[in-house]
Design a protein around this ligand. Structure first.
Ligand code: SF4
Length: 310
């Protein structure tokens, strides 16, 4: 049975991921291998392996990088303490944190300077959340992850509050959490829709737009990627059987055996080659399947490289 394959647009790499990958590649070119990268530069094992093949060495702790070596920090941003630790070890740091994450870091610091207590909306343990919380001394940011937590978290009396958000959350859930906070603290400061980035918002909006035409949704990306997981959850919430897969050979043909239209999207850290591999696999299983695009918001965002690599 032939299928219609409907590709979401926009999908895949965002400007922050493109920039982070280019930083690692240029650093290897400029300094020669090895270049150390603290944590996964972006949450995708294909990207990480590709950079490893070029000479990047991924480390968990700064102690693994010899003094004087070049160390790149990931796109998710790091706590202030990591910069201090790198300086103490005499490491040459290149920060690949996405400028949109840095914007959240500046906001957190500004609120603290203005004596506002910061409530961060985000997922506990995610590297971006660890980095954002680490802009202020330990214990001075309140983290909430769900509307329920926003309704019940203990908030000190007599303080002014502000909220910021992780950049890669669900648009709908973030709105609910902000509403719950505003019910408790009507004067709380913060951006109306949170700090969700354009890539997160646009990829979710494309899934929402294509949903009425789609019988099953396949999302390419890694489980550790927050924005990717939110795309699969959104598909499910819209009533479509939705699957997250790292690469084409993980697709179970039974998922789409009965489908007329198969929707495909990919997270902001997933290379387009993986999407094309999935399209080819479906076409092999269902010869004659046609490919269409559901075109949402056109993106034209580009972030400059750090000066030392530009
Ligand atoms: S998903 Fe958004 S915040 Fe994260 S790297 Fe991409 S543009 Fe930046």
């Amino acid at each position: 049975m032939t299928k219609r394959i409907l590709l979401a647009a926009p999908r895949g790499f965002c400007a922050g991921v493109e920039r982070a990958i280019e930083i690692v590649e240029r650093a290897i070119e400029k300094f020669g291998p090895p270049v150390y990268v603290r944590h996964e530069i972006v949450h995708n094992r294909h990207v990480v392996q590709g950079l490893r093949d070029q000479g990047a060495v991924f480390i968990d702790e700064l102690e693994e990088a010899p003094s004087g070596s070049n160390v790149i920090f990931s796109a998710h941003g790091v706590p202030e303490s990591v910069f201090s630790a790198a300086a103490e070890r005499g490491l040459n740091v290149i920060d690949a944190a996405c400028p949109l994450v840095k914007k959240v870091h500046f906001a957190v610091k500004r609120h603290a300077t203005q004596q506002r207590l910061v409530v961060l909306i985000g997922h506990k343990g995610h590297p971006e959340v660890v980095g954002t919380m680490g802009q202020l001394p330990e214990g001075s940011v309140i983290l909430v992850g769900t509307p329920e937590e926003a309704r019940t978290v203990s908030l000190p009396e007599g303080r002014q509050f502000a909220y910021t958000t992780q950049t890669t959350l669900s648009v709908d859930e973030t709105r609910e959490i902000i509403e719950a906070l505003r019910e408790r603290i009507p004067e709380i400061s913060g951006p109306a829709k949170g700090d969700l980035c354009y890539a997160t918002t646009n990829r979710q909006s494309a899934v929402r737009g294509m949903a009425p035409e789609v019988d099953v949704l396949l999302v390419i990306g890694s489980r550790s990627s927050s924005n990717t997981s939110r795309l699969r959850e959104l598909g499910e919430k819209l009533g479509i059987a939705s699957y997250l897969l790292d690469q084409a050979d993980e697709a179970d043909p039974a998922w789409f055996a009965e489908a007329t239209t198969i929707g495909i999207t990919s997270g902001a850290s997933a290379p387009e080659s993986l999407v094309q591999g999935l399209v080819e696999r479906i076409q092999q299983l269902h010869p004659g399947s046609v490919v269409d695009t559901w075109a949402g918001i056109a993106e034209n965002v580009h972030f400059p490289l750090p000066r030392e690599l530009a």
